[in-house]
Design a protein around this ligand. Structure first.
Ligand SMILES: [Zn+2]
Length: 632
């Protein structure tokens, strides 16, 4: 054929309004025009992908940081094999994904986990791997953003937020699933989505035990500006303890100012998402339905290729969510809502490449890869327009599917690719009926924009944390970001009067807790206010507020006097350093931030412990304040 006529699946299914607008994207910066077309791969040079000498293109693609924004796109389980399977099927042998294959700088990274005793585990999963790039610290399979000692490690999303950037978390999985969960939660078992499971399986970390709570409850505490995905079922569970005990997590979200949407029309109507009104869009009870469906894999125990069914094409899944809720659409909306003068950090996950690979479902897996590719196109279009955004596309770990030449003893799927060629996709890491396993191969990482040079060559998954944080110029010392907080309170009030105290500058605390019966408030833009009632008798009332994440302590002494003015004006007072609280030295308080984990005394609940650890931390780290934001 002389022209690439009607691309079967793409023409039939793919081009949403969003992706249609992106057809011209491949010319990203100075990318090569176009690679081989399927009709000339037999000619001398006809299968090449380079367009002449690439040296100048590569030079131009090396852009110094800082970047204002980072968009991190993860294909869960998207190893080299999964990319190739999907490209062959959807684009043909000489084809190119307009998003995934357009990033000019590529490398590979290692994805191994560690065991609780610190030894290496070469077969990782999504929780340990997502924790790796989210925190820069390797951990044990099944854990989210805690280290081998179960100490919480600050995440890219949390650090970005504490530095004043807007933040977003988008996934086609349940939003509590490992990849999105690692950015917003710290917990020993990835399955503790909500209060029910947490009470049963993560009891010492539950809210009722004084812990940080389930993944969903931690999400509500961290308060990213934009959260879009699945997992609505868990939000119907009720909190067991704490300020929202007995209320569902959805009710809690509404109480705390979240905008909640659950369909495309409502999402389209949202025009702002910020600290006051963060967006929580959950569009399915569980994971999103896949984009494509196809034949079940055929179990051929004797590997007799004559038993392979005839090759077939994938078809559209009638269960797919409505138009406007594709991963590309969600990415587009998130970027719109996050774009601001201070910059943003956005993570986007195409989750079911992995899940369909586990299920040995080739069409499901391929469709999700195509879906992610369109989300990458959206991110690249934004980044190309702005020139100040680092886009990274990678995976968490490799997976099972392999292209083979004849049936394997096990599961086989016979597909007909875009150019009409047969392709056998085999699944051989579990017997039929079992869950296919992750594999331990390094995976591809590709980048575009300021700082993208740091993905080239061989890196580790944990490098991505530093590449992102350093390119954004983030101060990774969270305690220091709350250390200059102040508490404004009137100097003198009437006995029995109600007055307001306001904490400001609590940049790395998501909640603050008041002494006595003052309860807890969400910290918005570093600020939170409490209504305090003065005692009936004259004297001095001491008000103490404690940042739940850093443990910073703010105090004000208020004189209670019958001679006080009726409407006292609050006076801001610099906080005395929390030094007074600490005599011990926090375990994470020494060493260079460039090489040690960003461990912070996450203390919601276990506040007494945090007062000691946090206090010492603050004293030691106060010297470092000042090398904060450089990206504005
Ligand atoms: Zn998996």
């Amino acid at each position: 054929m002389k022209h690439r006529t009607a691309r079967r699946m793409r023409a039939a299914l793919a081009l949403t309004a969003t992706s249609a607008a992106l057809v011209g994207l491949v010319g990203l910066a100075a990318l090569p025009a176009s690679a081989a077309t399927p009709d000339d791969v037999t000619e001398h040079g006809g299968a090449t992908r380079n367009d002449g000498d690439m040296t100048e293109m590569l030079r131009e693609s090396l852009v110094d940081g800082p970047a204002k924004n980072v968009i991190l796109l993860i294909g869960d389980g998207m190893g080299d094999s999964e990319i190739t399977v999907a490209r062959n099927y959807a684009e043909g042998a000489g084809g190119r994904f307009a998003g995934i294959d357009a990033l000019p700088l590529t490398g590979s990274y290692t994805t191994y986990a560690v065991n609780a005793d610190g030894s290496v585990n070469y077969a990782s999963e999504s929780a340990s791997t997502a924790s790796g790039w989210s925190t820069g610290t390797k951990t044990v399979n099944g854990r989210l953003s805690v280290d081998v000692d179960l100490d919480p490690q600050a995440t890219l999303l949390e650090i970005a937020k504490a530095n004043g950037l807007k933040t977003g978390n988008v996934s086609t999985a349940e939003i509590q699933d490992a990849t999105p969960g690692a950015e917003i939660a710290h917990i020993s078992k990835r399955g503790c989505f909500g209060p029910v499971k947490t009470t049963a399986d993560c009891s010492s970390e539950s809210v009722e035990a004084g812990g940080l709570g389930s993944i969903s409850e931690q999400l509500l505490n961290v308060r990213p500006d934009v959260t879009l995905g699945g997992g609505a079922a868990t939000f119907e569970e009720s909190a067991v303890a704490g300020p929202w005990a007995g209320k569902t997590l959805f009710e809690q979200a509404s109480d705390r100012g979240y905008q909640r949407v659950d369909n495309a029309a409502e999402l389209a109507a949202v025009t702002t998402a910020d600290a006051d009104q963060p967006l929580l869009g959950l569009f399915s009870l569980g994971n999103f339905p896949t984009r494509w469906v196809g034949p079940d894999a055929t179990d051929i125990p004797d590997a007799d290729s004559t038993k392979l069914p005839a090759p077939v094409a994938c078809t559209e899944n009638p269960e797919r969510l409505e138009t406007g809720l594709s991963l590309a659409d969600l990415t587009d909306k998130a970027i719109d809502l996050l774009d601001n003068d201070n910059g943003f950090f956005l993570q986007v996950e195409g989750a079911s490449i992995d899940k369909q690979d586990h299920a040995a479902n080739a069409c499901g897996q391929i469709g999700e890869t195509v879906d992610l590719d369109e989300a990458v196109q959206v991110a690249l279009e934004y980044a190309e327009t702005k020139g100040d955004t680092l886009v990274v596309v990678t995976a968490d770990h490799a997976h099972t599917s392999q292209i083979v030449g004849s049936a394997i003893p096990g599961l086989n799927t016979h597909l007909l690719t875009e150019e009409g060629a047969p392709m056998i996709v085999a699944y051989g890491t579990s017997a039929a009926g079992g869950s296919q396993q992750h594999t331990g191969a390094q995976v591809r990482i590709a980048g575009y924009g300021p700082g993208a040079a740091n993905v080239v060559g061989l890196t580790d998954q944990t490098d991505l944390f530093f590449t992102s944080a350093n390119t954004l110029g983030l101060n990774q010392d969270l305690a220091s970001l709350s250390a200059a907080a102040t508490l404004a309170a009137p100097t003198e009030v009437l006995p029995g009067a109600t007055y307001t105290v306001t904490a400001s500058g609590l940049n790395a605390d998501w909640q603050v807790r008041g002494s006595d019966d003052l309860g807890q408030q969400d910290v918005l833009r570093g600020t939170a206010s409490f209504q305090v009632t003065a005692p009936a008798e004259p004297g001095t009332q001491t008000v103490t507020l404690t940042g739940a994440q850093t443990g910073v302590v703010l105090t004000a002494d208020v004189s209670v006097s019958a001679a006080a003015p009726v409407d006292p004006a609050p006076t801001a007072s610099a906080t005395p350093p929390a030094a007074a609280a600490g005599s011990g030295s926090g375990s994470s308080s020494t060493g260079s931030l460039a090489t040690t984990g960003t461990s912070v005394p996450f203390a919601l609940g276990g506040i007494a412990l945090a007062l000691v650890a946090g206090g010492a931390y603050l004293v030691i780290r106060r010297h470092r304040r000042g090398h904060a934001l450089s990206h504005n």
